[in-house]
Design a protein around this ligand. Structure first.
Ligand code: ADP
Ligand code: MG
Length: 292
Protein backbone atom coordinates (compact mmCIF):
# COMPACT_ATOMS: atom_id res chain seq x y z
CA UNK A 1 0.00 0.00 0.00
CA UNK A 2 1.57 3.29 -1.02
CA UNK A 3 0.82 6.49 0.83
CA UNK A 4 1.64 8.22 -2.46
CA UNK A 5 -1.26 6.66 -4.36
CA UNK A 6 -3.60 7.68 -1.55
CA UNK A 7 -2.28 11.24 -1.70
CA UNK A 8 -2.71 11.32 -5.46
CA UNK A 9 -6.25 9.92 -5.23
CA UNK A 10 -7.21 12.36 -2.47
CA UNK A 11 -5.87 15.26 -4.53
CA UNK A 12 -7.69 14.20 -7.70
CA UNK A 13 -10.91 13.83 -5.72
CA UNK A 14 -10.52 17.29 -4.18
CA UNK A 15 -10.21 18.76 -7.68
CA UNK A 16 -13.62 17.20 -8.41
CA UNK A 17 -15.27 18.59 -5.28
CA UNK A 18 -14.97 15.40 -3.22
CA UNK A 19 -13.17 15.74 0.10
CA UNK A 20 -11.85 12.58 1.72
CA UNK A 21 -11.66 13.41 5.41
CA UNK A 22 -10.04 10.04 6.14
CA UNK A 23 -7.44 8.35 3.92
CA UNK A 24 -8.79 4.86 4.58
CA UNK A 25 -12.18 5.88 3.16
CA UNK A 26 -10.51 6.00 -0.24
CA UNK A 27 -10.06 2.24 0.11
CA UNK A 28 -13.35 1.28 1.80
CA UNK A 29 -15.49 3.24 -0.66
CA UNK A 30 -14.18 1.24 -3.61
CA UNK A 31 -15.32 -1.95 -1.92
CA UNK A 32 -18.92 -1.02 -1.00
CA UNK A 33 -21.63 -3.30 -2.37
CA UNK A 34 -24.43 -0.86 -1.72
CA UNK A 35 -24.91 2.89 -1.32
CA UNK A 36 -27.95 3.91 0.74
CA UNK A 37 -29.27 7.47 0.37
CA UNK A 38 -31.32 9.72 2.62
CA UNK A 39 -34.13 11.25 0.55
CA UNK A 40 -34.83 14.85 1.59
CA UNK A 41 -31.92 17.16 0.77
CA UNK A 42 -29.80 14.28 -0.49
CA UNK A 43 -31.72 12.87 -3.47
CA UNK A 44 -34.10 15.84 -3.54
CA UNK A 45 -33.32 19.55 -3.50
CA UNK A 46 -34.50 19.78 0.11
CA UNK A 47 -36.52 22.95 -0.47
CA UNK A 48 -40.12 21.71 -0.33
CA UNK A 49 -42.92 23.96 -1.57
CA UNK A 50 -46.46 23.79 -0.21
CA UNK A 51 -48.65 22.66 -3.13
CA UNK A 52 -51.83 21.30 -1.55
CA UNK A 53 -53.99 22.35 1.35
CA UNK A 54 -57.06 20.30 2.26
CA UNK A 55 -59.01 21.50 5.32
CA UNK A 56 -61.32 18.95 6.97
CA UNK A 57 -64.98 19.58 6.06
CA UNK A 58 -66.38 22.77 7.60
CA UNK A 59 -63.00 24.22 8.63
CA UNK A 60 -61.57 27.47 7.30
CA UNK A 61 -58.35 27.19 5.33
CA UNK A 62 -56.92 30.59 6.23
CA UNK A 63 -57.40 30.34 9.99
CA UNK A 64 -55.87 26.86 9.97
CA UNK A 65 -52.85 28.04 8.00
CA UNK A 66 -52.34 30.90 10.48
CA UNK A 67 -52.29 28.53 13.44
CA UNK A 68 -50.08 25.95 11.76
CA UNK A 69 -47.63 28.58 10.53
CA UNK A 70 -47.47 30.05 14.05
CA UNK A 71 -46.37 26.66 15.38
CA UNK A 72 -43.98 25.98 12.47
CA UNK A 73 -42.33 29.38 12.86
CA UNK A 74 -40.49 27.76 15.77
CA UNK A 75 -39.20 24.82 13.74
CA UNK A 76 -36.11 24.59 11.50
CA UNK A 77 -37.48 21.70 9.46
CA UNK A 78 -37.69 22.26 5.66
CA UNK A 79 -41.43 21.54 5.81
CA UNK A 80 -41.77 24.30 8.40
CA UNK A 81 -40.13 26.74 5.99
CA UNK A 82 -42.52 25.69 3.20
CA UNK A 83 -45.52 26.37 5.44
CA UNK A 84 -44.10 29.73 6.59
CA UNK A 85 -43.54 30.75 2.98
CA UNK A 86 -47.17 29.92 2.14
CA UNK A 87 -48.43 31.97 5.09
CA UNK A 88 -46.18 34.89 4.11
CA UNK A 89 -47.34 34.74 0.49
CA UNK A 90 -50.89 35.27 1.76
CA UNK A 91 -49.78 38.08 4.05
CA UNK A 92 -51.14 36.35 7.15
CA UNK A 93 -50.58 37.79 10.62
CA UNK A 94 -49.42 34.99 12.85
CA UNK A 95 -50.57 34.46 16.43
CA UNK A 96 -48.07 33.39 19.10
CA UNK A 97 -47.49 29.68 19.58
CA UNK A 98 -46.81 28.31 23.05
CA UNK A 99 -45.43 25.05 24.39
CA UNK A 100 -43.90 24.24 21.01
CA UNK A 101 -42.23 20.85 21.10
CA UNK A 102 -40.41 19.15 18.22
CA UNK A 103 -41.14 15.43 17.95
CA UNK A 104 -38.09 14.10 16.17
CA UNK A 105 -38.89 12.30 12.91
CA UNK A 106 -42.62 12.77 13.47
CA UNK A 107 -43.49 16.47 13.53
CA UNK A 108 -44.32 18.88 16.31
CA UNK A 109 -46.94 19.88 18.85
CA UNK A 110 -47.93 23.32 20.09
CA UNK A 111 -50.59 25.38 21.79
CA UNK A 112 -52.05 28.19 19.63
CA UNK A 113 -54.94 30.47 20.67
CA UNK A 114 -56.00 27.94 23.26
CA UNK A 115 -56.02 25.01 20.84
CA UNK A 116 -53.77 21.96 21.00
CA UNK A 117 -52.13 21.44 17.60
CA UNK A 118 -50.40 18.33 16.37
CA UNK A 119 -48.61 18.62 13.00
CA UNK A 120 -46.78 15.85 11.19
CA UNK A 121 -46.83 12.31 9.85
CA UNK A 122 -49.59 9.70 9.76
CA UNK A 123 -47.56 7.80 12.33
CA UNK A 124 -47.74 10.81 14.68
CA UNK A 125 -51.53 10.88 14.29
CA UNK A 126 -51.78 7.12 14.84
CA UNK A 127 -49.64 7.31 17.97
CA UNK A 128 -51.95 9.99 19.34
CA UNK A 129 -55.16 8.18 18.48
CA UNK A 130 -56.22 10.72 15.82
CA UNK A 131 -58.18 9.20 12.94
CA UNK A 132 -57.53 10.78 9.54
CA UNK A 133 -59.86 8.48 7.61
CA UNK A 134 -61.89 11.27 6.00
CA UNK A 135 -58.75 12.56 4.25
CA UNK A 136 -57.32 9.19 3.23
CA UNK A 137 -58.09 9.42 -0.50
CA UNK A 138 -56.22 12.73 -0.77
CA UNK A 139 -53.47 11.36 1.47
CA UNK A 140 -52.93 8.48 -0.96
CA UNK A 141 -52.95 10.68 -4.07
CA UNK A 142 -50.37 13.10 -2.59
CA UNK A 143 -48.07 10.17 -1.92
CA UNK A 144 -48.57 8.77 -5.42
CA UNK A 145 -47.34 12.15 -6.73
CA UNK A 146 -44.22 11.85 -4.58
CA UNK A 147 -45.36 14.71 -2.31
CA UNK A 148 -44.87 14.66 1.46
CA UNK A 149 -48.24 14.54 3.24
CA UNK A 150 -48.45 16.55 6.48
CA UNK A 151 -51.47 16.05 8.75
CA UNK A 152 -52.81 18.56 11.26
CA UNK A 153 -54.92 17.70 14.30
CA UNK A 154 -56.66 20.37 16.36
CA UNK A 155 -57.79 19.42 19.88
CA UNK A 156 -57.48 15.73 19.05
CA UNK A 157 -59.46 15.83 15.81
CA UNK A 158 -58.12 15.76 12.27
CA UNK A 159 -58.23 19.32 10.86
CA UNK A 160 -56.19 19.46 7.64
CA UNK A 161 -53.85 17.78 5.22
CA UNK A 162 -50.97 19.56 3.46
CA UNK A 163 -48.90 18.38 0.55
CA UNK A 164 -45.31 19.53 0.02
CA UNK A 165 -43.39 18.92 -3.21
CA UNK A 166 -39.60 18.59 -3.16
CA UNK A 167 -38.21 17.87 -6.64
CA UNK A 168 -35.40 15.38 -7.15
CA UNK A 169 -31.97 16.88 -7.90
CA UNK A 170 -31.15 17.20 -11.57
CA UNK A 171 -28.67 14.48 -12.39
CA UNK A 172 -29.69 12.27 -9.47
CA UNK A 173 -31.22 9.58 -11.67
CA UNK A 174 -28.17 9.54 -13.96
CA UNK A 175 -25.78 9.32 -11.00
CA UNK A 176 -27.68 6.37 -9.54
CA UNK A 177 -27.71 4.63 -12.94
CA UNK A 178 -23.94 5.10 -13.19
CA UNK A 179 -23.47 3.58 -9.73
CA UNK A 180 -25.60 0.59 -10.71
CA UNK A 181 -23.54 0.20 -13.89
CA UNK A 182 -20.50 -0.04 -11.64
CA UNK A 183 -22.15 -2.92 -9.78
CA UNK A 184 -23.16 -0.93 -6.69
CA UNK A 185 -26.72 -1.47 -5.43
CA UNK A 186 -28.65 1.65 -4.41
CA UNK A 187 -31.19 2.10 -1.61
CA UNK A 188 -33.23 4.87 0.04
CA UNK A 189 -33.68 5.33 3.80
CA UNK A 190 -36.13 8.08 4.75
CA UNK A 191 -38.39 9.38 7.49
CA UNK A 192 -40.98 10.33 4.89
CA UNK A 193 -44.24 8.48 4.22
CA UNK A 194 -44.03 5.07 2.56
CA UNK A 195 -46.01 5.91 -0.59
CA UNK A 196 -44.06 9.14 -1.11
CA UNK A 197 -40.75 7.33 -0.73
CA UNK A 198 -41.83 4.63 -3.20
CA UNK A 199 -42.96 7.20 -5.78
CA UNK A 200 -39.67 9.13 -5.58
CA UNK A 201 -37.70 5.86 -5.64
CA UNK A 202 -39.52 4.83 -8.81
CA UNK A 203 -38.60 8.16 -10.46
CA UNK A 204 -34.95 7.51 -9.59
CA UNK A 205 -34.74 3.79 -10.32
CA UNK A 206 -34.19 2.73 -6.69
CA UNK A 207 -35.44 -0.74 -5.72
CA UNK A 208 -34.65 -0.95 -2.00
CA UNK A 209 -36.72 1.49 0.08
CA UNK A 210 -36.96 1.90 3.85
CA UNK A 211 -39.55 4.55 4.77
CA UNK A 212 -41.13 6.08 7.91
CA UNK A 213 -37.82 5.50 9.67
CA UNK A 214 -37.23 7.48 12.87
CA UNK A 215 -33.78 9.14 13.22
CA UNK A 216 -32.36 6.33 15.42
CA UNK A 217 -33.78 3.81 12.98
CA UNK A 218 -31.56 4.96 10.13
CA UNK A 219 -28.58 3.45 11.88
CA UNK A 220 -30.45 0.14 12.34
CA UNK A 221 -31.43 0.22 8.67
CA UNK A 222 -27.76 0.54 7.65
CA UNK A 223 -26.94 -2.48 9.85
CA UNK A 224 -29.74 -4.53 8.26
CA UNK A 225 -28.66 -3.59 4.74
CA UNK A 226 -25.07 -4.53 5.55
CA UNK A 227 -26.17 -7.95 6.87
CA UNK A 228 -28.13 -8.56 3.66
CA UNK A 229 -25.88 -6.98 1.02
CA UNK A 230 -22.34 -6.61 2.39
CA UNK A 231 -20.31 -3.43 2.84
CA UNK A 232 -22.62 -0.36 2.82
CA UNK A 233 -22.00 3.34 2.27
CA UNK A 234 -24.56 5.93 3.43
CA UNK A 235 -25.12 9.36 1.88
CA UNK A 236 -26.98 12.01 3.91
CA UNK A 237 -27.26 15.67 4.83
CA UNK A 238 -29.30 16.02 8.02
CA UNK A 239 -28.77 15.97 11.78
CA UNK A 240 -30.93 12.84 11.76
CA UNK A 241 -28.50 11.19 9.32
CA UNK A 242 -25.47 11.48 11.64
CA UNK A 243 -25.91 8.07 13.34
CA UNK A 244 -26.26 6.31 9.95
CA UNK A 245 -23.24 8.19 8.54
CA UNK A 246 -21.15 7.05 11.49
CA UNK A 247 -22.44 3.46 11.32
CA UNK A 248 -21.89 2.93 7.59
CA UNK A 249 -18.65 1.42 6.28
CA UNK A 250 -18.25 4.78 4.52
CA UNK A 251 -20.30 7.89 5.34
CA UNK A 252 -20.69 10.52 2.62
CA UNK A 253 -22.12 13.90 3.62
CA UNK A 254 -23.72 16.46 1.34
CA UNK A 255 -21.55 19.58 1.64
CA UNK A 256 -24.57 21.88 1.63
CA UNK A 257 -26.04 19.91 4.56
CA UNK A 258 -25.74 20.30 8.32
CA UNK A 259 -22.41 20.55 10.14
CA UNK A 260 -23.36 17.55 12.25
CA UNK A 261 -23.67 15.39 9.14
CA UNK A 262 -20.36 16.62 7.74
CA UNK A 263 -18.56 15.94 11.02
CA UNK A 264 -19.94 12.38 11.10
CA UNK A 265 -18.85 11.59 7.55
CA UNK A 266 -15.67 10.16 5.99
CA UNK A 267 -16.25 11.88 2.65
CA UNK A 268 -17.86 15.23 1.76
CA UNK A 269 -19.56 15.87 -1.59
CA UNK A 270 -18.94 19.59 -1.57
CA UNK A 271 -21.60 20.87 -3.98
CA UNK A 272 -24.21 18.24 -3.12
CA UNK A 273 -24.19 17.05 -6.73
CA UNK A 274 -24.59 13.27 -6.66
CA UNK A 275 -22.21 12.91 -9.60
CA UNK A 276 -19.63 13.45 -6.84
CA UNK A 277 -20.46 10.00 -5.45
CA UNK A 278 -19.81 8.45 -8.86
CA UNK A 279 -16.48 10.27 -9.21
CA UNK A 280 -15.48 9.35 -5.66
CA UNK A 281 -16.16 5.67 -6.38
CA UNK A 282 -14.13 5.76 -9.61
CA UNK A 283 -11.14 7.43 -7.92
CA UNK A 284 -11.35 5.04 -5.01
CA UNK A 285 -11.31 2.00 -7.27
CA UNK A 286 -8.45 3.41 -9.36
CA UNK A 287 -6.47 3.92 -6.15
CA UNK A 288 -7.16 0.35 -5.03
CA UNK A 289 -5.89 -0.95 -8.38
CA UNK A 290 -2.64 0.99 -7.89
CA UNK A 291 -2.18 -0.35 -4.40
CA UNK A 292 -2.72 -4.00 -5.30
P1 ADP B 1 -36.36 12.92 6.41
O1 ADP B 1 -35.75 11.53 6.48
O2 ADP B 1 -37.24 13.04 5.20
O3 ADP B 1 -35.33 14.00 6.51
P2 ADP B 1 -37.51 13.71 9.06
O4 ADP B 1 -37.04 12.72 10.06
O5 ADP B 1 -36.93 15.07 9.11
O6 ADP B 1 -37.39 13.03 7.61
O7 ADP B 1 -39.09 13.84 9.16
C1 ADP B 1 -39.92 12.72 8.96
C2 ADP B 1 -41.36 13.15 8.84
O8 ADP B 1 -41.79 13.80 10.04
C3 ADP B 1 -41.63 14.16 7.73
O9 ADP B 1 -41.85 13.53 6.49
C4 ADP B 1 -42.90 14.83 8.25
O10 ADP B 1 -44.03 14.04 7.95
C5 ADP B 1 -42.71 14.83 9.75
N1 ADP B 1 -42.17 16.11 10.27
C6 ADP B 1 -40.97 16.31 10.85
N2 ADP B 1 -40.82 17.60 11.23
C7 ADP B 1 -41.95 18.24 10.85
C8 ADP B 1 -42.41 19.60 10.95
N3 ADP B 1 -41.69 20.59 11.50
N4 ADP B 1 -43.64 19.87 10.45
C9 ADP B 1 -44.37 18.91 9.88
N5 ADP B 1 -44.01 17.63 9.76
C10 ADP B 1 -42.81 17.28 10.23
MG1 MG C 1 -32.14 14.87 4.50
Amino acid sequence: ATPTSIMVGTGRAADMGVLFRRGDALQTLGEVRMLAFDKTGTLTLGRPVLTDFVPAPGLDEESLLRMVAAAESRSEHPIARAIMAAAEARGLDLPVAEKVEALSGLGLQAQVEGHALLIGSARLMRENGVSSEGLSARYESLQADGKTPVLVACDGKIAALFGAADPVKPGARAALAALKDEGVEVAMITGDAKGTALAVARQLGIDHVEAEVLPGGKRDAVQRLRAAHGSVGFVGDGINDAPALAEADVGLAIGTGTDVAIESADVVLVSGDLAGAVNALAISRATLRNIR
